[in-house]
Design a protein around this ligand. Structure first.
Ligand code: AGP
Length: 616
């Protein structure tokens, strides 16, 4: 996700844009840019790679005059971070900034190039500048041209557009990416999120999908994509600036948990072949995947837990032998790796020292490599970039957007989705699944965002349950099969933000030691969802309860077998065993969050932890 700001009014636009982008840097920070236009129509465009400070330095010597302008801070999805890929993008006097993903950008680029258009970036966004410019050539107004442009694209966009021929006006459009209009006195604003312009106004119009329009100093014009007039009530925002940066949430972690439906939607976007029943993974060399006779997944922490789920998916769906190794172990144990082994590194940050080192050691030993990562062009994706060797398969990017909270939530859930897509792609390449079976998984993935929304709606019940465990000193999380890694993840979430000693265990291991821990002081959370291990998990739960253990359970929405046997129940719609791990994770994230909040701890920055462990 990226950050967009727009201003038109009596002030010099540049400082309003820069301060707005500063407040949106949490949405992305690999490059930034502004474009302003003077009343004369003189247009000024400045861009810089890296954080906003680089753009500020550029503007200090090359300021942008003008009282209308747009700005952008980027979280790259197409085209690596660079100045020429930074927004705004300009063509024939039209400049655009965009937050979202255009799925059909390649076809549109080819169409425009065939008409003589020349492109200056690798981004999908630049398409909009060309489409709007082409409409403007035909005499359409700026607003009509933006509507014509968005009608041609498939995907998600929050768009702000300037044209040197109509200074003082900013056109916009919104579909599946946030965009708000700030209403001032003789001035008006556009932004991805309220914090960007909250210091200037507290009156906002929250745009809906399909809204388009223009702002000038005098006011707002709003229509649907076909030009039919719309009217939307303005909202008075009473948040403090700090609350606004977290979108009204108390913590970034809570905001990021709430963003999971969108993060999963974005990660699936353009990759779920629901129509043709196949998967389409951008940026991944399928020839390398096809040659893999063995897959070794390596990662750390939460990403390692995702890898453990990935192993079940890869072996169940694609029948490829798959192991999962802690990166800090793999890099030192002189592993047996061969040139038909694919080492898959999973990392949210793409900078974790152990994971990067393990990946490089694998490359040195001649394996094929690939990564799943949330940060475009970070060190780990760079180590997997195709290099002519035929061994680097590239990176399958999660599209969770920047994750600020140290405890990983939306990145983990999108890693599970990406691993599921990868396993389906491998199955498709190796023909180990029927079209019908593959379609069943694709449909289950498509239903995830809505199912997660439903679980987030049930947060109050989880919060109430959390209150009963605030004083716990220890806690066990038990799961089997695909849910064993989720037991590990639930325990990690609790321990890293509430400092309660929590352990995840394979439920089948209870009799081999952990059951000695069970007494009335030991809460045990059991993941009892439909699947091969369900009956056995129930037996493990009975054994635990018989010894006085305090039981909590995650169960299927329609399962009432445990209703009067446990202290707390978290219900999830586990309709498909292979997407159940995603759904089971949501209540565990919320449980850990509320226990930590009730213990008055710093949820976003827990003691002793860093968001990215770039040292060994
Ligand atoms: C998870 O909540 C932790 N923040 C930590 O375990 C994290 O997953 C681990 O450090 C790996 O980070 P990465 O995904 O950026 O490589």
């Amino acid at each position: 996700m990226c950050g967009i700001v727009g201003y038109t009014g009596a002030r010099v636009a540049e400082p309003v844009l820069i301060e707005g982008l500063q407040k949106l840097e949490y949405r992305g920070y690999d490059s930034a840019g502004v474009c302003t236009v003077e009343a004369s129509g003189a247009m000024h465009l400045r861009r810089a790679m890296g954080k906003l400070a680089a753009l500020r330095a550029r503007l200090a010597t090359e300021p942008c005059p003008g009282s209308t302008g747009i700005g952008h801070t980027r979280w790259a999805t197409h085209g690596k971070p660079s100045e020429h890929n930074a927004h705004p993008h300009r063509y024939e006097g039209v400049t655009v900034v965009h937050n979202g993903i255009i799925e059909n950008h390649r076809a549109l680029r080819a169409e425009l190039q065939a008409e003589g258009h020349t492109f200056s970036s690798e981004t999908d966004t630049e398409i909009f500048a060309h489409l709007v410019a082409r409409e403007r050539r035909g005499g359409a107004s700026l607003h009509e041209s933006v509507r014509g442009a968005v009608r041609r694209v498939h995907g998600a966009y929050a768009l702000a557009v300037l044209d040197e021929r109509c200074p003082g006006e900013i056109a916009f459009a919104r579909l599946a990416s946030p965009l708000v209009v700030g209403l001032g006195d003789g001035e008006n604003f556009l932004a991805s999120d309220v914090p960007a312009v909250l210091e200037h106004t507290r009156r906002f119009v929250f745009l809906e999908d399909g809204d388009t329009g223009t702002i000038t100093a005098a006011g707002l014009t709003l229509t649907d994509v076909d030009g039919r007039p719309l009217s939307r009530e303005a909202t008075q925002i009473l948040w403090s600036a700090v609350m606004a940066e977290k979108g009204g949430h108390k913590h970034f972690m809570h905001k990021e948990i709430a963003e999971q439906p969108r993060a999963v939607t974005d990660t699936l976007r353009g990759r779920l072949g629901l129509g043709d029943g196949d998967v389409t993974l951008d940026g991944v060399d399928l020839d390398v995947l096809a040659r893999a006779k063995r897959i070794v997944i390596t990662a750390c922490g939460t990403s390692w837990h995702a890898g453990l789920v990935g192993r079940y998916l890869v072996e169940q769906l694609a029948r490829v032998p798959c192991e999962v190794e802690l990166a800090s172990e793999l890099r030192y144990r002189d592993p047996v790796l061969s040139d038909d082994t694919l080492v898959l590194a999973i990392s949210q940050s793409g900078e974790t020292a152990d994971t990067l080192a393990a990946l490089k050691e694998a490359k040195r030993r001649g394996t094929m490599v690939m990564s799943i990562c949330n940060v475009i062009d970070a060190a780990i994706p760079r180590a997997c970039a195709p290099d002519g060797s035929g061994k680097a398969a590239g990176t399958l990017y999660t599209r969770a957007g920047p994750e600020i909270g140290v405890a990983s939530t939306k990145a983990f859930v999108t890693q599970l989705v990406a691993l599921h897509l990868l396993a389906l792609q491998l199955a498709s390449v190796r023909k180990t699944m029927t079209k019908q079976a593959l379609a069943g998984d694709l449909q289950a993935l498509a239903e995830l965002p809505m199912a997660i929304e439903g679980l987030l709606d049930g947060e109050d019940a989880v919060k109430a349950a959390a209150a009963r465990y605030v004083a716990a000193r220890d806690m066990l999380f038990l799961g089997r099969g695909l849910l064993f890694p989720i037991a590990l993840e639930g325990a990690l979430k609790l321990k890293e933000i509430s400092y309660i000693h929590a352990e995840g265990y394979a439920a089948g291991e209870m009799k081999h030691g952990p059951i000695a821990l069970i007494d009335e002081h030991m809460p045990v959370l059991v993941l009892a969802l439909p699947g091969p291990g369900y009956e056995k998990v129930i037996s493990n739960m009975e054994e635990t309860r018989a010894r006085g253990g305090r039981i909590l359970a995650v169960v299927d929405t329609d399962d009432h077998a445990l209703d009067d046997q446990v202290e707390a129940l978290f219900r999830v719609p586990a309709r498909h065993p292979r997407t159940a791990p995603v759904l089971a994770t949501i209540p565990l994230q919320l449980f850990a969050y509320h226990v930590a909040c009730l213990r008055g701890l710093d949820v976003d920055q827990p003691r002793n932890l860093a968001k990215s462990v770039t040292v060994e």
